[in-house]
Write a protein that binds this ligand. Structure first.
Ligand code: HEM
Length: 345
């Protein structure tokens, strides 16, 4: 398509959609008893009013329009609430109505169309997957099973600091923590051991980093469903498709390796993927390969940055507060002593 044809196409589609939206807005307004809010402009809605730091912008709007505000994110209607009572009403009293996440492009793509805990709408499938997560991965009962994995990865990280060539050089704790938490999560979830020198990047880490960046990308389709094709023009849709395909290949390889009993040996430790494959074989099981892949994604994306940020935040606060740092160090030394390692679970 030539550039002029494309421009003509864009202008005419925009004009038609403008008329349609205007009619739609008028119709909706007359029917619904909507909360107050800033006047949306055609097509864009209130998107242009959401710049800056979002919580501060939202606070400013609440000063003008009150505790409950109606806005339009492009074509998508949205409600902002500003009081604990209203938040409780939504998150607690009306939880079942509001708990499903919106089917955003990036979440749908990386979750194999909702075959995971984060993107699946509330229902039987979500309940089943969540139960597996809680019982097999996140419960206190499981903590001792993963102890050796945690210990091995922490040892590797400490060694990398201890044996770094220039002992006076500063250590980038943030990088190390991201690497440590992703290595622990990979080991626990599917027995993936970090190879090469500590701190060297693996192909999986690269794919995950790109994936994480996509979670921050704005896709036009999410705010203007009729304009999803534009994401192909901007290239963002190509990029997410390519990365998701590479991740899919990685997950498929992990699943195939787990199915190969000969390669793994009979006495290997059962990891999260083993558990899911076992449940897959049960009679009446609704778990498919896509559910296993979506769950691996949940573990990788949900478990890495969250755990790393928690430690980075704690370390930053400790270094800003020498009194508390000393207290933490004394407490650690009283437990670990000269043993080099804590034996606590
Ligand atoms: C310090 C570490 C962690 C923090 C602070 C954290 C925080 C959170 C928060 C706030 C949510 C709710 C998000 C929302 O409702 O939109 C959430 C959900 C979730 N987290 Fe974590 N998380 C942590 C560790 C982990 C780990 C280690 C895993 C997996 C191995 C994990 C997997 C998940 C999953 C799958 C969900 C979605 C659950 C659902 O929709 O029901 N998280 N996490």
């Amino acid at each position: 398509m030539a550039l002029t044809d494309l421009l003509l196409f864009l202008v005419s589609t925009t004009a038609i959609l403008y008329v349609l939206f205007k009619k739609l807005l008028q119709k909706e307004k007359s029917k619904l008893n909507l909360p107050p809010g800033p006047k949306p402009i055609p097509i864009v809605g209130n998107l242009h009013q959401l710049g800056g730091i979002l919580p501060q912008t939202a606070y400013g709007l609440s000063k003008i329009y009150g505790p409950i505000i109606y806005m339009r994110m492009g074509q998508i209607p949205a409600i902002l609430v500003h009081t604990t009572e209203l938040a409780k009403e939504i998150m607690h009293n009306q939880d079942l109505v509001f708990c499903s996440r919106p089917a955003l492009t990036v979440l749908q793509k990386y979750s194999f169309n909702g075959c995971d805990v984060a993107a699946a709408p509330y229902g039987d499938q979500w309940r089943q997957l969540r139960k597996i997560f809680i019982l097999e991965l996140l419960s206190n009962r499981k903590l001792p099973f993963f102890r050796s994995s945690r210990q091995a990865e922490v040892d590797q990280m400490i060694n990398s600091i201890r044996t770094r060539p220039n002992q006076d050089s500063p250590v980038n704790i943030s990088d190390l923590m991201v690497r440590l938490s992703s290595s622990i999560v990979c080991r626990v979830a599917f027995g993936y051991r970090s190879e090469g020198k500590y701190g060297e990047r693996s192909r999986l880490h690269d794919l995950l980093e790109v994936g994480n960046a996509h979670f921050d990308t704005v896709f036009i389709a999410d705010y203007f469903p009729g304009f999803g094709w534009m994401d192909w023009f901007t290239g963002s849709r190509f990029r997410i498709e390519r990365n998701a395909k590479d991740l899919d290949m990685f997950y498929s390889k992990v699943i195939e390796e787990h199915k190969d009993v000969h390669k793994r040996g009979e006495d290997h430790e059962e990891d999260f993927v083993d558990v899911m494959l076992r449940l897959c074989k049960e009679e009446d099981s609704k778990i498919t390969n896509d559910h296993i892949k979506g769950s691996i994604m949940n573990v990788l994306v949900g478990g890495t940055d969250t755990s790393a940020s928690t430690v980075i935040w704690a370390m930053t606060e400790l270094s800003r507060n020498p009194r508390v740092m000393k207290k933490a160090q004394d407490e650690l030394r009283s437990i670990v002593g000269n043993k080099g390692k804590s034996r606590r679970k």
